[in-house]
Design a protein around this ligand. Structure first.
Ligand code: 8GP
Length: 843
């Protein structure tokens, strides 16, 4: 392109090539310019909101320049790209992250200070980008950070929800959901009104036969909705590489509104089409580990997948390569089954629109896709009714039937006569109504399937996907243990600790890019000065959280107490109910003691946070019980500082950044075999907290890495869960141990308000089979909590355990994880910018 531009014009452009600010003076100039021009504010009328906006715009300018260069470089190199398809990207705040990844936070800090602002206050102005529910969405965000930091040519594709995950308010102890409208001012996105795709729904299929006898399907009629691209730049850490996250927004395909109706004075219905179209990307479904099978959700999935594939195919076609080279240029990763329709859509594009043979097309499809499974919980495995498919996506249903037919023929050749095998693995479940099993479709259409921690990957191979291992052999099923980005989860969230570690581990630019360098701090574990600083940083983080607790709940907590934290989505399998039962046990024990005995007890602050899906009644009951216990305990003069119970409202990414560095102990106590990986367990240990947990998910690998003397493990093992459950139902006498009985008795006697409010939680354990094995694990949970108290009393031992654990956490960087995906699944290489040494550091 450049060569075709006449020289004088070329020179004019080159002469004025833009660069971002480099030093403080430059930064201030940009901020003032944005305040006056972009924001149209007079310069002495700049409040914190405006200062946030102008600072973000100054950083955005810098980002965008590198972003353009990165995209040009990738296009020019023409190497393979990976596309990460995820319905959720739980990004959190962008400004602090951009400052730190670019490496100019110190410049911004002193520049803002000159202009009369504190950088911390400015950062706090930003609204979280909360386009996700929990672990799955945050994992996608960590992956984007690693992909850019490691210079991989990669794009994320998602939906631009107008409303992210709801905001949680606690009113009278109950969760109330408030819509999260976050787009008022979002400097981090670039609308691409010229990048649109029209997406078809409904309609019917006609088949035509040409002279050679070849049959072609035509999907005709129905509705069309327009997808508009919004791009979000993703900065890498200490590299100019800046990747793209493309989010699709829906709008009406045909004009603004119905002019006929408008002219007839029917104003309201004239905008009806527009509103219907915009509904598709309006709201994130607020369920975590649960599938509700709503038609609008399937519409969202197809809308997003079809727009993304159109975009990917359009980019590939520009290279003029043969179709068989598609998998050499494109890897697509399916984040859970939500984007599984991409498999069907690519097959459709290749056979219906591009005229390839079924087999050639299918081989391209299989080589292109990889599928990540994130849960074994049956209620989360997606299924869509055949009827809904027939109505919404008639051509796709036909293709699914064909995929299934060829697949079952293939199975039959290896397992002749095994009718039951065919029934079990069929993509179509022969139920009433018939259902499309999305996980099976994802497996059949991908070349690799992965779980997210070793135990989880073993479980999917031996349970839910066992038959597919028999069919395809074991090599198709791999493990890639999750990771987290140390940039956000250490450097950004805990700058004090990050700096202290950097002083021993070769500087932040090094250890944050190679987290195994953490092991250097183990050499300092006995260094008194280092230990002292370590403890002081933890105390400062706890003090900051204590201040926040006081400001938001009115409860005073002592930063000297043991902070025991469980923050994550509220779910029975995560067992917040066991935690609060344990807290009640502690309260009853304290109440039975003399004041002198109580004085000796280890003071604790039990901190909870997390959202319940709006329709999840039991999870809401758990929140209510936690708050009701807090109301009693926190106001009981007998108890004082010995125990406090706090529920922090509206847990989200930015709150996690404050809470995690302040924990002494965090709880990861799911029923063994239910938590696929967990990622907050990694964040807590990395921030110098110990964990109490079950042998589940990544807890097992954390134990392997840090040593079992540094973690408080308890409870039954995954391999025993089935027998225990069976025993509850058929074993005759399901025993609930005495201390748990006492907890139930206290609740039932009205100690924490109306007993009726909590009866569901009690009967689930005592009378309805205790599916999550709370009664089986409660005793060892309490014993282990007592052990925690004993160890905590000896602060020297405690600090040694914390430092040693952090030193051994290098494995859990999402950089390691992304490199494994790149090698084992995507077969892509990084594309290093000319100077990968990093962007200049300003002053
Ligand atoms: C979550 C898992 O529950 C969690 O253990 C894991 O760390 C995280 O994914 C990232 O891998 N799974 C989900 O959020 C999930 O499965 N959500 C819906 C698809 C059902």
């Amino acid at each position: 392109v450049e060569a075709s531009i006449p020289e004088p014009q070329r020179q004019a452009w080159l002469k004025h090539q833009i660069t971002g600010f480099e030093d403080k003076d430059d930064f201030e100039k940009q901020v003032v310019r944005h305040v006056e021009t972009t924001l149209a504010r007079s310069m002495f009328n700049c409040d914190e909101t405006a200062a946030y906006a102008a600072t973000s715009l100054a950083f955005r300018d810098r980002l965008v320049i590198e972003w353009n260069r990165t995209q040009q470089r990738q296009t020019f190199a023409d190497s393979k790209r990976v596309y990460y398809l995820s319905l959720e990207f739980l990004m959190g705040r962008a400004l602090d992250n951009a400052m730190l990844n670019i490496g100019l936070k110190d410049v911004a800090q002193s520049g803002l200070s000159d202009l009369g602002f504190r950088v911390e206050d400015i950062i706090q102005q930003e609204h979280d980008a909360a386009l996700g529910n929990g672990g799955l969405g945050r994992l996608a965000a960590c992956f984007l950070d690693s992909l850019a930091s490691l210079n991989y040519p990669a794009w994320g594709y998602g939906l631009r929800y107008r409303y992210g995950i709801f905001k949680q308010e606690i009113i009278d102890g109950y969760q109330v959901e408030v819509p999260d409208y976050w787009l008022d001012f979002n400097p981090w996105e670039f609308p691409r009104h010229d990048v649109t795709v029209d997406i078809q729904f409904y309609g019917s299929v006609n088949k035509t036969t040409d002279d050679t006898g070849k049959i072609t399907a035509h999907w005709e009629g129905g509705d069309t909705v327009r997808a508009v691209a919004y791009d979000v730049p993703i900065p890498g850490f200490a590299t100019p590489s800046t990747n793209n996250l493309r989010l699709w927004s829906s709008k009406a395909a045909s004009g603004e509104f119905d002019f006929q109706k408008f002219n007839n004075g029917d104003y309201e219905s004239s905008v009806g089409d527009q509103q219907r179209a915009e509904t598709i990307s309006a709201v994130l479904y607020p369920n975590d580990n649960l599938d509700r099978g709503k038609e609008l959700r399937l519409k969202q999935q197809y809308f997003w997948v079809a727009a993304s594939l159109y975009d990917i195919v359009r980019r590939f076609k520009k290279t003029k390569r043969a179709w068989r080279e598609f998998p050499d240029q494109v890897a697509i990763q399916l984040n859970d089954t939500h984007p599984t329709l991409a498999i069907v859509e690519l097959q459709r594009i290749l056979i219906d629109l591009e005229g390839l043979d079924w087999d050639d097309a299918w081989s391209i499809v299989q080589k292109t896709f990889g599928y990540t499974n994130h849960t074994v919980l049956p209620e989360a495995l997606e299924k869509w009714s055949v009827g809904l498919f027939q109505h919404l996506l008639p051509r796709h249903l036909q293709i699914i039937y064909d995929i299934n037919m060829y697949f079952l023929q293939f199975v039959e050749r290896s397992f002749p006569q095994d009718r039951d095998m065919l029934r079990r693995v069929s993509i179509i479940e022969e139920s009433q109504p018939k259902m499309v099993r999305m996980a099976y479709l994802a497996i059949v259409g991908s070349h690799k399937v992965n779980g997210v921690a070793e135990l989880h990957s073993d479980l999917i191979r031996t349970t839910i996907f066992k038959d597919f291992v028999a069919i395809y052999g074991p090599d198709k099923f791999v493990n890639v243990t999750n990771g987290i980005t140390p940039r956000r989860w250490l450097h950004q969230a805990n700058p004090g600790l990050s700096d202290l570690i950097a002083s021993k581990a070769g500087g932040s630019e090094h250890f944050l890019k190679d987290l195994t360098l953490l092991n250097k701090i183990e050499l300092s574990v006995d260094d008194p000065a280092f230990r002292k600083e370590w403890a002081a940083i933890k105390l400062a983080n706890k003090t900051r959280l204590a201040d926040y607790i006081k400001a938001t709940t009115g409860v005073e907590v002592s930063p000297k107490a043991l902070f025991d934290v469980q923050v994550k989505r509220i779910h029975e399998y995560k067992r917040q109910q066991m935690n609060i039962f344990g807290v009640i046990h502690r309260y009853l024990t304290l109440k039975a003691q003399t004041p002198a005995e109580r004085k000796k007890a280890q003071p604790r602050v039990n901190i909870f946070g997390g959202k319940a899906a709006p329709g999840y009644w039991m999870a809401k009951q758990i929140i209510h019980l936690i708050n009701s216990v807090g109301a009693v305990v926190n106001n009981d003069p007998d108890i004082g500082d010995a125990l406090k119970v706090i529920f922090l409202e509206d847990y989200n990414v930015s709150k996690a950044e404050m809470i995690i560095p302040a924990s002494d102990l965090s709880e990861h106590i799911s029923t063994a075999g239910t938590e696929a990986s967990g990622t907050s367990n990694m964040k807590f240990v990395l921030n110098g907290g110990l964990i109490i947990g079950t042998c589940d998910g990544a807890n097992i690998e954390i134990t392997r890495e840090i040593g079992e003397e540094n973690i408080f493990l308890f409870g039954n093992l995954a391999e025993d869960v089935d027998d225990l459950r069976h025993n509850h139902t058929y074993g005759g006498d399901h025993k609930v141990d005495a201390s748990l009985q006492k907890v139930f008795a206290a609740i039932e006697s009205g100690t924490f308000g109306s007993a009726q409010d909590f009866s569901g939680m009690i009967t689930a354990v005592r009378d309805h089979g205790d599916f999550y094995l709370v009664s089986d694990d409660f005793h060892s949970y309490l014993e282990t909590q007592d052990l925690v108290d004993k160890v905590y009393a000896d602060q020297e031992t405690w600090v040694t355990k914390c430092i040693t654990s952090v030193a051994r956490m290098g494995f859990f960087s999402s950089d390691r994880c992304i490199n494994e995906y790149a090698e084992e699944i995507w077969n892509i290489e990084p594309l290093k910018p000319e100077s990968a040494a990093g962007i200049s550091k300003g002053e």
